[in-house]
Design a protein around this ligand. Structure first.
Ligand code: ZN
Length: 236
């Protein structure tokens, strides 16, 4: 096999590797997205749980207020009953004052309770809206995940194909050339063989010296860019 053919196969090999590398990075990003979806949903769910917890606290406090009011009413009732058995005016006035104080207390608590009712209402409708939003998010994420799953399956199939292509193509290159290719690839972290167009290296965009360019066009030996040291070939 002449060098021209070998170079042609190397280019093919590089194309396979480039596609596989891009595909792997895409699949990796897709997997990250998948995890991010789970995290997003979990966070949203925790947010709702927190609000439910706060609502429960409000309800607890509200019930405490309720029993306070009830207790005060009992006091008032008892005092009112005592009023009938009171002998002196002083005791009578003192009891009236007590009743009045319990009434004032209850008015204050009931004001507070109204405010709590308002807060509970708001919290409840907020939670309902968020639960609704949550289920919409869940639906969206489920269909996005399904899409990702398909994309991943498709990508993995393509990767397996590329892997087979790689084995097939690399088997047609001489071991020496393949070694050189791998070495340059490692140094350059990617493209090891690049075309030269109008005497310009496709890897580093520098000009190839005229004499070297002439030689390159003969395609009878493997050549390297004097600037970036990549393998080069003439692109007609
Ligand atoms: Zn170059």
């Amino acid at each position: 096999m002449d060098i021209k053919e070998q170079i042609f196969i190397l280019v093919k090999l590089q194309k396979i590797e480039t596609e596989a590398r891009g595909l792997k990075s895409t699949l990796n990003n897709v997997a990250k997205k998948y995890d991010a979806f789970d995290a997003e949903l979990r966070e949203f769910g925790q947010n709702i749980d927190n609000e439910v917890f706060l609502l429960d606290e409000l309800k607890k406090q509200y019930r405490l207020y309720e029993s306070d009011v009830q207790m005060n009413l009992e006091h008032i009732k008892k005092s009112q009953a005592s009023l009938r058995t009171i002998k002196t005016n002083r005791e009578y006035q003192s009891l009236l004052k007590q009743i009045d104080e319990f009434n004032v207390k209850n008015v204050r608590i009931e004001d507070e309770m109204l405010e709590f009712l308002d807060r509970m209402d708001k919290a409840e409708s907020n939670i309902a809206a968020k639960k609704n939003e949550y289920s919409m998010l869940e639906d969206r994420i489920m269909s996005d995940k399904e899409m990702i799953k398909q994309e991943t399956e498709h990508g993995n199939k393509r990767l397996a194909q590329l892997d087979m292509d790689f084995n097939d193509v690399s088997g047609r290159i001489t071991p020496e050339l393949l070694d050189k290719y791998e070495m340059v690839k490692k140094q350059k972290r990617g493209m090891a063989i690049v075309p030269v167009n109008d005497a310009v290296c496709g890897g580093c965009n520098m000009n190839i010296p005229p004499q070297m360019y002439n030689e390159l066009q003969r395609c009878d030996s493997l050549m390297f860019c004097p600037n970036c040291q990549r393998m080069i070939y003439w692109q007609q």
